[in-house]
Design a protein around this ligand. Sequence first.
Ligand SMILES: O=P(O)(O)OP(=O)(O)OP(=O)(O)OC[C@H]1O[C@@H](n2cnc3c(O)ncnc32)[C@H](O)[C@@H]1O
Ligand SMILES: [Mg+2]
Length: 215
Amino acid sequence: MPETASAPETRVLVASRNPKKLRELRRVLDAAGVVGIEPVGLDEIPPYPETPETGATFEENALIKARDGAAASGMPCIADDSGIAVDALSGMPGVLSARWSGRHGADAANTALLLAQLTDVPDDRRGGAFVSACALVVPGPDGGEAEEIVVRGEWRGRIAREPRGDGGFGYDPVFVPDDDTRSAAELTPEEKDARSHRGAALTRLVPALRALAQR
Ligand SMILES: O=P(O)(O)OP(=O)(O)OP(=O)(O)OC[C@H]1O[C@@H](n2cnc3c(O)ncnc32)[C@H](O)[C@@H]1O
Ligand SMILES: [Mg+2]
């Protein structure tokens, strides 16, 4: 029987500069088992100018990042914009989560500031949610109009009084999911992915990714 050559994989840029988030994105895509998609990291393509993430919503920011990546690389591009929205703070830190303490990506300082702001908030009012918006932008043929999809995932929980666990990243040590007593940083990576905002959002992108792989 003649050997059939397998179809070439569709390369998809995964545009995140946060190594721990990138690892989660790759893991969830991997677990979704979309055949024919090859995730490519930003370190595998030449640098390009990036628009500041100044959108008012997670969705806007995810699109900003995915549009930049798709335009610069010519590849379909996935980006996540995420954060923690605390009820007692009217949804803040929200889109400002990465730089809540003033320095981008300073996880321990961001978490410490959030805890300090909630010191006087009683246990029954410490609810909040992790939110992830994931955008997929597919460049149009010959520079034509791009196809854009944005999906959202949320993960409800409450803000603990002190950090626990060393898994995950960001606010994970102070976030206790509603259906657990452990913090998100105490879950295994697989447990986090199965329940997380990012897992939920990316799962909603899977049909579009399958369609992309079959083109
Ligand atoms: O924009 P990119 O390059 O993807 O990386 P980033 O870290 O700047 O990512 P965001 O702009 O989306 O900011 C999200 C911040 O929200 C927090 N965050 C998002 N998802 C989280 C998660 O699963 N667990 C804990 N904290 C999370 C964390 O502090 C992130 O830095
Ligand atoms: Mg960012």
